[in-house]
Design a protein around this ligand. Structure first.
Ligand code: NDP
Length: 274
């Protein structure tokens, strides 16, 4: 039997997930398929029932369903409970769904790839307090980072810390960026500001890392500016591939699949299509 997998979202056509997972499925010779399926907002529960009926083995979940799926699952990991969102569903033996969130380990694996093996005791400045920030803050807090979270809407940053972190951390408006960036060992941009062509002005960052969760065209101007200012700058594509690898392991078990292979395939696609 061919195992069916899919990413669901709206929009979902731009997703690199099918390419990532099919790279692994093909190279491992697995009998599986991975589709991209548009599910409009408001249709989450009905879609999950349908996918369970059709015996899908697993789903990746993107906007606007990451929170909505939690109402329809039978089980969820502790990380999902704290983050309040899932990106990976696996069908249970009795037909229900289990929810996991692999964005958190995906971020930590991506940081390790740029030489940041531990954030314990490090000053980490996080920009943004949306969905991506929730998983990042959960992972960084758990790993012992000393966090400052700045957001266009500062109150949202406070609320996300309260929801996702066990420790207390400082938060404030993006206007304070220069002040906190001076002292940060690591800066992580989780905002979607780059999608409108905007980039944040950074102070000199020699010897420090600027990690942007965006990738492709939306990350370009910000990364270019960060490098000019002396930061070691990294994009979010390795995080995307690392979170996908964690999902793949949840569905198929065993070792993590080949990150470099899928990353290379994605870089080629972005070169062609932005
Ligand atoms: P959300 O819509 O949930 O959050 C957007 C965040 O960006 C909010 O904090 C918002 O502030 C802020 N923001 C938006 N526009 C601006 C602006 N012009 N100036 C300043 N702040 C702004 O998005 P997500 O968290 O889901 O995604 C954020 C980014 O992370 C996207 O680029 C996405 O592609 C990327 N991402 C990457 C992943 C990866 O694996 N690499 C995984 C998930 C996301 P406010 O609260 O004030 O509205």
């Amino acid at each position: 039997m061919t195992e069916r997998l899919a990413v669901i979202g709206d929009p979902v056509g731009h997703s690199l997930s099918p390419q990532i997972h099919m790279t692994w499925i093909d190279t491992m010779g697995l009998k599986a398929s991975y589709e991209s399926i548009r599910v409009p907002a408001g249709e989450t529960a009905a879609a999950l029932e349908d996918f369970a009926r059709k015996k899908f083995r697993g789903l990746n979940v993107t906007l606007p369903h990451k929170q909505a799926v939690l109402k329809s699952v039978a089980e969820m990991s502790d990380a999902v409970k704290a983050i309040g969102a899932a990106n990976t569903l696996s069908r249970l033996k009795d037909g229900g769904w289990r929810a996991d969130n692999t964005d958190a380990p995906g971020l930590m694996a991506a940081l390790a790839r740029v030489g940041i093996q531990s954030v314990s005791g490090k000053k980490v400045l996080v920009l943004g307090a949306g969905g991506a920030a929730r998983a990042a803050l959960y992972a960084l807090d758990k790993a012992g980072a000393d966090l400052v979270v700045l957001n266009r809407t500062p109150d949202k940053a406070g609320a996300v810390i309260a929801d996702c972190c066990a420790q207390q951390h400082r938060f404030g408006p993006l206007d304070d960026l220069a002040l906190h960036a001076e002292k940060a060992d690591l800066m992580i941009n989780t905002t979607s500001a780059g999608h409108t062509g905007y980039h944040f002005e950074l102070p000199p960052g020699k010897g420090r890392t600027f990690f942007d969760m965006s990738y492709g065209a939306p990350a370009r101007a910000q990364l270019e500016h960060a490098r000019e200012a002396g930061w070691e700058a990294a994009d979010g594509l390795p995080m995307l591939v690392c979170q996908a690898a964690e999902s793949f392991r949840i569905w198929f078990g065993g070792e993590l699949p080949d990150i470099e292979l899928a990353l290379e395939a994605c870089r080629e696609t972005l070169k062609l299509h932005g």
